[in-house]
Write a protein that binds this ligand. Structure first.
Ligand SMILES: [Zn+2]
Length: 360
């Protein structure tokens, strides 16, 4: 399976995530992608360079105002002198355009550079540094390049996207994510195929971005398996078990601490459900932070579990774009991604057919 890659991911190396007001070491680091690449190259996956795509591929999913802000946010912050006084190197919001603050009024773009991130960010955990935009843009290009490869006939392609993207909505960023790479790939496939696309998110946290972006359309069917927000997990406000009000969306929320069995069953159930909508392509938002060894992992999925889940997704026998999302155990991330990709390839090849998604 081609491994789509951009060296530009290293330009995003956040210093700190601000959690409950306290700067904590940022875990979404370049070493994650390096570890994945090393493992996948060793396994024989051929490296393909991400190709730059036009802005239209991004504006099809995100508001222009969000893109314009992200592209210039760090320069505005720097020009306003905020790195010297109060001494914050990265763009971090302090005041938010909360729906309860604004009522029916459209949020203005604040005049103050220090107020602007609160127009677009929904948390304080997602800092913007000097190279963040270029890295985020390259991650979206990697996802688009992987989509092009499957449109060109590859059975599947993997985009090693960093920073990840699955928490980003049409107009707001957060959750260590800046551009919704998986949603951008799904929209690109939809436009090229003119037929429904399934987007299944197996990251340990709810894929709220795709649900929000595609909630009003059945053209992109979105499913997510994740730890239950009702048990206290990010993104807290949404992602509860069921359909969350959107007709072509399904969430399977798992109790914290669950292992392979409930997780693989949920992935297979989502695959079956999505296949009922007649998709012509599949995007997998592949986070591996449901792994047992991940720091503060809410779930206990093993490499064998990721392999089995991959087989269930591959058994849909659809052209498949795999987009990297979370996963923060650098020692294990490569082997977990490799296990998932092996499973997808086996499913696509028909191994174990009839045992998982049961769909031809
Ligand atoms: Zn996650």
């Amino acid at each position: 399976m081609p491994l789509v890659w951009s060296d530009d991911h290293v330009l995003h190396a956040p210093r700190a995530e601000v959690w409950v007001g306290v700067p904590t070491p940022a875990v979404e680091q370049p070493a994650r992608a390096a570890a994945i690449r090393a493992e996948l190259e060793q396994a024989g996956h051929p490296l393909v360079a991400a190709e730059q795509h036009r802005d239209e591929a991004l504006t099809a999913v995100h508001d222009r105002a969000l893109l314009d802000y992200l592209a210039g946010a760090w320069q505005e912050w720097d020009a306003a002198g905020l790195r010297a006084d109060p001494g914050q190197e990265e763009v971090v919001p302090y005041f938010f355009a909360h729906a309860g603050l604004l009522g029916d009024a459209a949020p203005a773009l604040p005049a103050a550079a220090w107020a602007r991130p609160g127009r677009f960010a929904f948390d304080t955990m997602t800092p913007i540094g000097r190279g963040t935009w270029q890295a985020a843009r390259s991650a979206a290009d990697a996802a688009l390049t992987a989509a092009d490869l499957v449109l060109g006939g590859a059975p599947a392609a993997y985009a090693c996207c960093r920073p990840p993207g699955h928490h980003v909505t049409r107009a707001a960023y957060g959750g260590s994510c800046y551009l919704n790479n998986a949603a951008i790939a799904a929209q690109h496939l939809l436009a090229a195929l003119g037929a429904p696309v399934a987007l299944i998110d197996v990251d340990a946290h709810h894929g709220n971005g795709a649900q929000s972006i595609f909630g009003a359309t059945a053209d992109v069917v979105t499913g997510s398996v994740h730890v239950d927000p009702a048990a206290g997990w990010f993104p807290h406000f949404l992602g509860f078990d069921g359909a969350d009000g959107a007709h072509a969306n399904r969430n399977v929320a798992l109790a914290p601490g669950g292992g392979d069995e409930p997780w693989v069953a949920a992935v297979a159930a989502l695959a079956r459900w999505a296949s009922g909508h007649g998709p012509r392509a599949l995007v997998v938002a592949l986070g591996v932070d449901a792994a047992a060894g991940a720091p503060e992992s809410p779930l206990r999925v093993s490499a064998a579990g990721f392999h089995a889940g991959g087989r269930a997704l591959g058994a849909l026998r659809l052209p498949t774009v795999v987009v990297q999302e979370g996963g923060y155990d650098v020692a294990a991330i490569g082997s977990l991604v490799r296990a998932a990709l092996d499973g997808i390839q086996e499913g696509l090849a028909g191994a174990g057919r009839g045992q998982e998604a049961g769909h031809g």
